[in-house]
Design a protein around this ligand. Structure first.
Ligand code: ATR
Length: 302
């Protein structure tokens, strides 16, 4: 049984499905992709709904996304998820839904007879994760996003602006990356007060303290030995703190927040919620969330 397929496997059903009872009809494309947990939760949901389909990992090289879509479509795939580094390239090869256009990236593809449709479930998935993990509506919070210059940070920041949060603080090491983002945030969230800061800005602690929700969207915390992305003076016990990293489950930022008594959660809930919304694009009317949660060993507060 293959753990990872490539574009060379997308040539015939015989090649793709040899030795399998169910046909490969869904996939996650990325590069690299061997680590992806998506098949685990999507296959559990497919099996629970008794859908005759397999969900596979596809390692697609940059520049081959359009070709991969064409091949999947002609093999009768239902759709796919798109992950790093293809979320921008995918936009050039599909009909981009308004929400995905606004968020600036595509992570979910649906194939039909004539078209390849592109959606983004990362932003809505984040919103649902916050509601689920903390029992609060994202649009009622003042939010600080740390590492906002990366792909995940830009999508989450834009989601917050589209929801009209009152205050949105975007922080990034490379301050220059925030310029275009701030313009986008002002366009999508005219009601939102947007503040862009670098880490050495003297006002960073005060702005963080004036927020309700702190979100780490940087890669700091992934590697062992990484420091907390924010100094202690930026946190208070009333903060709700979310780290989009889920491996390790407790990053140094979350450890510091837990120490203070903050309510915290990690990116596993966002992974599950974006997956559940993607599944519902492929299979409208289904409710895959409980099964996906169980498959990923995630337990909600409710
Ligand atoms: P992408 O999500 O687009 O792949 P990335 O390269 O993985 O982006 O980086 C994600 C975020 O982590 C960025 O905001 C990045 O900051 P820069 O824009 O300044 O590169 C942030 N990041 C990575 N390493 C960091 C570090 N050591 N300190 C602070 N921020 C860091």
């Amino acid at each position: 049984m293959k753990e990872v397929y490539t574009i060379n496997d997308l040539v015939s059903r015989e090649c793709l499905d040899a030795g399998h009872l169910k046909p490969a009809k869904l996939a996650v494309i990325g590069h690299p992709i061997a680590h992806s947990a998506s098949p685990k939760m999507h296959q559990a949901a497919l099996d629970a709904a008794e859908i005759d389909a397999r969900y596979i990992r596809l390692d697609i090289e940059p520049g081959q996304v359009g070709e991969a879509f064409e091949r999947m479509k002609s093999l009768g795939f239902i759709g796919c998820n798109v992950t790093v580094p293809h979320k921008l390239e995918a936009m050039e090869h599909c009909e981009v839904a308004d929400g995905a256009r606004a968020l600036g990236a595509v992570n979910t593809i649906c194939f039909d007879q004539d078209f390849t449709h592109g959606f983004n479930t990362d932003g809505p998935g984040f919103m649902n994760a916050i509601a689920d993990d903390f029992g609060v509506a994202l649009d009622t919070l003042r939010v600080a996003i740390v590492g906002a210059g990366g792909g995940a940070g830009q999508a989450i920041a834009t989601q917050c602006a589209m929801l009209g949060v009152a205050q949105l603080v975007v922080v990034n090491r490379s301050f220059g990356k925030l310029g275009i983002l701030v313009e986008r945030l002002k366009f999508h969230g005219p009601e939102t007060e947007v503040i862009a800061l670098s880490f050495d800005d003297a006002t960073l602690p005060d702005y963080c303290l004036s927020c309700d929700l702190i979100v780490n969207t940087s890669s700091v915390g992934l590697k062992s030995g990484d420091p907390s992305i924010l100094p202690m003076g930026c946190l208070k016990k009333e903060h709700v703190v979310y780290d989009t990293i889920y491996q390790p489950p407790v990053t140094p930022l979350l450890a510091a927040a837990n120490e203070l008594g903050c309510r915290t959660s990690n990116g596993l809930s966002m992974l599950i919620h974006q997956g559940s919304l993607a599944f519902q694009h492929w299979f409208p009317g289904t409710n895959p969330l409980p099964v996906m949660r169980q498959a990923m060993g995630h337990f909600s507060r409710g």
